[in-house]
Design a protein around this ligand. Structure first.
Ligand SMILES: [Zn+2]
Ligand SMILES: [Zn+2]
Length: 420
């Protein structure tokens, strides 16, 4: 193959780079305006009226961006007044939303000028490194209650010690769990894992030597541990998550009270008794007439069918997949049956929002309509459309110079004592 003329490549690259710098500057300036809008939404909690669960949730939905990008923008919006110089750099097209985002996520109060200066040449990952070098924020001294101060030796509050933590990330094929166990908890985990592995190996060794597969792995023992735990939980609470809530309903009066607790407001009664995972006792004229599970219980089979159909909270733009409730579209108090067409999976937030009248969810399930407080139908579509306004008039942004950072000479941000 003949060598491509390097001059031609240089020319092409410089044309492309120039256009990229122009577009990057404009995009940064546009992002600044988006941050401003998100700040207004965040300040007045307008996301709730729009039917979302948070500023980030609203943004991911309405702008059609990924949850992590939405988190970044929401982080800046939330600290809008604390980082005026960084946001000014964004508005002038000089900084990217990711640069300002890491600063807003981690920067200490008062660090605006320090990081605005640094962002002129530092890449996102260099900024991240610098942010990690900030002093650990000293916790505000707790006001000491003189009267019942139990340890008088002036010691700081005892360090709670290492804590259990669990996080996960996913790609197309796997979900990766990162579990940090302090040694004490880990001892129990290892013992449980070892006993499940022993049980698997015992089963394996009694099997037919010709037909059996490889010796069971620790991973198989881990799955056995999970299933054993899940089965025990399902046996203890066959109908899901909230069986510990006990509600008493007077059928004639349609009033309800929590067990040994207060009389419930109308919307709380309907919310609590909706997905039938709480225990409801029916009364008439002060007499218990039954625990009435049969008509409203979502059994495991129905629940699986519902999960298979809905997958996630049915409110557009929500996407929650955990701890979902089975909501009766026509409440069972009003004769709505516990059948698939009358049920919809909703997250606890939207379930409560519906029963409080913030949003309305109307069935049947195959023609579901969700509207916000003003009665506008919600759809999962983003607001994106072809622009009609001129592009922001800002200078091209070639990006941070990203020169090799010399951390040896870098002065981390230090909090200064307040001026007198
Ligand atoms: Zn409900
Ligand atoms: Zn939801």
């Amino acid at each position: 193959m003949p060598p491509v003329s390097s001059l031609a490549i240089d020319e092409r690259l410089s044309v492309l780079h120039e256009e990229l710098a122009e577009l990057t500057g404009q995009r940064n300036a546009i992002d600044a305006r988006i941050v401003e809008i998100a700040a207004e939404i965040d300040r007045d909690e307008l996301w709730a009226a729009a039917g979302a669960r948070s500023t980030a949730g609203w943004l991911a939905w309405k702008a059609g961006v990924s949850p992590s990008r939405a988190q970044t923008i929401a982080a800046i919006a939330h600290r809008f007044d604390e980082f005026p110089q960084c946001i000014e750099g964004l508005a002038q097209g000089r900084f990217s939303v990711d640069q300002v985002g890491v600063i807003a996520e981690r920067g200490l109060p008062g660090s605006d000028e320090h990081f605005a200066t640094m962002a002129q040449c530092a890449t996102v990952s260099q900024l991240r490194t610098a942010l990690k070098m900030q002093p650990k924020p000293t916790p505000e001294p707790q006001p000491v209650d003189e009267a019942d101060d139990e340890d008088d030796d002036g010691e700081a509050v005892a360090d709670p010690g290492p804590q259990v933590s669990i996080t996960s990330t996913s790609d197309e094929q796997y979900t990766y769990w990162h579990i940090a166990l302090p040694h004490v908890e880990n001892a129990a985990f290892e013992a449980a894992l070892a006993s499940h592995r022993d049980a698997l190996v015992a089963e394996w060794s009694t099997g037919d030597p010709d037909g059996r597969g490889p010796i069971p792995s620790t991973a198989a023992a881990f799955l056995r541990l999970v299933h054993a735990g899940w089965d025990a939980e399902a046996a203890a609470r066959p109908h899901g998550q909230r069986t510990t809530v006990v509600v008493h309903v007077d059928v004639a009066e349609k009033v309800a009270a929590l067990h040994l607790g207060p009389v419930l407001l109308e919307h709380d009664r309907r919310y609590l008794t909706c997905d039938a995972t709480c225990e409801v006792w029916f009364h008439r004229d002060g007499q218990v007439i039954g625990a009435g599970r049969s008509t409203r219980t979502v059994n495991r089979r129905l629940r699986r069918a519902l999960e298979h159909r809905d997958r996630e909270c049915v409110v557009p733009g929500c996407g929650a997949t955990r701890a979902l409730h089975a909501h009766h579209l026509v409440h069972w108090e009003d004769g709505g049956p516990t059948e698939l067409w009358n049920l919809a999976l909703v997250c606890p937030y939207h379930h409560r929002a519906h029963h409080r009248g913030l949003i309305t969810i109307t069935g049947p399930a195959d023609q579901l309509v969700v509207t916000d407080a003003a009665g506008r139908a919600l759809t999962s579509a983003s607001l994106a459309r072809t622009p009609t306004q001129p592009l922001p008039d800002v200078a091209p942004c070639p990006g941070p110079t990203g020169e090799r950072a010399n951390w040896w000479w870098y002065q981390p941000y230090e909090t200064r004592p307040p001026d007198d």
